[in-house]
Design a protein around this ligand. Structure first.
Ligand SMILES: [Cu+2]
Length: 133
């Protein structure tokens, strides 16, 4: 009789556990609407050299919204890198690399200039930054 009672209790217990597991609602994960998901910005890393008298590359093309990182190294004398539309003006010391970062949030073709007198060809030391909209 005692063995029968234990068997009944065990059977009921197992049945209750099974019923409990079966009645759990499926787990769901709620994601934000697709238009609220912000993709991280694309980062454009560009190595640029400054020299008497130019920049290499002299033309840079990026897409609007991209984060641009210019690693600019003067290979000879003191120069500058002035990109007025993005409010950038940095000094470039010889053999040093300067990081210039900006988000290309304005579309168009923008001129960059050397802002430190570096000799006869200084006025011609220019580059173009093209931001495609
Ligand atoms: Cu210059």
């Amino acid at each position: 009789m005692r063995a029968l009672a234990i068997a009944v209790i065990l059977t009921l217990g197992i049945a209750l556990i099974a019923a409990g597991c079966a009645s759990k609602p499926p787990q769901t994960v709620v994601l934000p609407p697709v238009n609220e998901v912000q993709a991280p910005p694309v980062v454009k890393d560009i190595n640029m050299s400054a020299f008497q008298w130019g920049f290499n590359p002299s033309e840079i093309v990026v897409n609007k919204g991209e984060k641009v990182r210019l690693f600019i190294t003067s290979s000879d004398v003191n120069h500058g890198f002035n990109l007025p539309e993005y409010n950038i003006d940095v000094h470039l010391s010889p053999k040093r690399t300067v990081l210039v970062e900006f988000t290309a949030d304005k579309a168009g073709t923008f001129k960059a200039y050397c802002s430190v007198y570096c000799g006869d060809g200084h006025p011609n030391m220019k580059a173009s930054i093209i931001v495609k909209g």
